[in-house]
Design a protein around this ligand. Structure first.
Ligand SMILES: CC(C)(COP(=O)(O)OP(=O)(O)OC[C@H]1O[C@@H](n2cnc3c(N)ncnc32)[C@H](O)[C@@H]1OP(=O)(O)O)[C@@H](O)C(=O)NCCC(=O)NCCS
Length: 327
């Protein structure tokens, strides 16, 4: 088999699959933008995502969880895996468009599945294009089944602060010791929603790379909710935007109220960073959270589908007030 990147359409070349290195990041970023931009039919595919950034930030968060596919000495594809304790997901998975349909994505997915095994992931999934039979059938080969739609939503942020501002705190203001205690409190909260769910990686990445902040709300002497937010250019949000990458509140009779309070706090945080739009995604199996978000003024911009290994719903239950979209 040829390993030339200009292999003919019938060939299924064997790529070298290896961990991505820092010097690969510019090429990897280009492939991500080009692949999505081409798939979506953008006039200039490389403009996909504007000044938002996934590649460097996710690689820095965990360089041991990002795979590259190399052919003839050139990078032709990448896949990023994320571990949230007992939960794992992957993406973006992208292949350079001239190499599509030659089995390279599948070659990248094999070590990703091995990594999930090594991490002892209980609930695994991904987010993809609901209307693409190619995407859905590709992931089904690895045991992932389409479940609920995931709605990517936006809420405008007014320039003036709300007259009644919720009380909230920023993770970045805490001392090193208090950060440790706070991460433990966040873990306790997520563990009460789904055993082993732990987003310390996101909290630390946002803090360490200064991508935004983790917004904290307290009630009855304990953490009632938190949201890991990216804000501005060079983050997963992009200029003028604040993106809730993960947010959750403690379950219970006051969960709906606490969820609205957390959304308000995120809006205030976004405003403090000059954002005019708050972005957040939710799996529609979390029906109560979705309804509250609509009620709060969020509007869907895009929807995709969450595919979950063995069709296991994980923490996607109607009463769970949790924001994430695995994009
Ligand atoms: C999606 C993407 C990663 C797939 O990469 P790829 O290397 O082309 O995928 P592979 O060749 O390994 O596998 C694709 C499989 O789908 C099959 N397929 C192609 N079109 C299909 C269709 N319309 N319906 C069903 N199956 C289809 C292919 O035949 C192949 O299966 P096979 O190996 O059994 O023949 C790549 O197209 C890409 O980068 N797209 C743009 C970015 C993107 O959408 N990323 C994924 C986000 S979730």
């Amino acid at each position: 088999m040829s390993s030339s990147p200009s292999a003919s359409i019938q060939e299924r070349p064997e790529a070298t699959i290896r961990l991505l290195r820092e010097e690969d990041l510019p090429a990897a970023d280009r492939i991500v933008r080009l692949a999505f931009g081409t798939f979506l039919g953008l006039p200039d595919p490389l403009n996909f995502m504007g000044d938002a950034e996934y590649v460097r930030t996710r690689w820095l968060a965990d360089p041991s969880a990002v795979f590259g596919a190399e052919l003839g000495g050139e990078l032709v594809g990448t896949n990023f895996a994320t571990r949230w304790g007992s939960v794992g997901f992957f993406g973006p998975l992208t292949i350079r468009p001239d190499m599509w349909d030659r089995g390279i994505a599948q070659q990248l997915l094999r070590p990703t599945m091995d990594l999930f095994k090594q991490w002892r992931i209980r609930h695994a999934g991904l987010f993809t294009f609901a209307n693409s039979t190619k995407h859905v059938s590709l992931y089904q080969k690895f045991g992932f089944w389409p479940r609920f739609l995931t709605s990517l939503m936006e809420l405008p942020i007014a320039t003036e602060p709300a007259s009644v501002s919720p009380r909230w705190a920023r993770f970045s203001d805490l001392t090193v010791g208090d950060k440790q205690l706070c991460v433990q409190a966040c873990r306790k909260l997520t563990n009460s929603i789904y055993e082993g769910l732990d987003v310390e990686r996101e909290i630390r990445a946002v803090d360490g790379q200064r991508l935004g902040d983790t917004v904290l709300t307290w009630g009855g002497g304990e953490l009632s909710g938190f949201a890991v937010c990216h804000a501005g250019a060079g983050t997963e949000a992009g200029s003028g935007k604040c993106y809730i990458k993960f947010g959750a509140v403690r379950s219970g009779p006051t969960a709906a109220r606490e969820f609205l309070r957390l959304l308000d706090a995120c809006r205030e945080f976004g405003r403090s960073r000059g954002a005019r739009t708050l972005i957040a995604g939710v799996n529609l199996a979390r029906l109560d959270a979705y309804r509250e978000m609509l009620q709060a003024g969020f509007r869907a911009t895009t929807q995709g589908v969450a595919m979950e290994r063995n069709g296991d719903p994980g923490y996607n239950r109607p009463e769970v007030y949790l924001i994430d979209d695995w994009r």
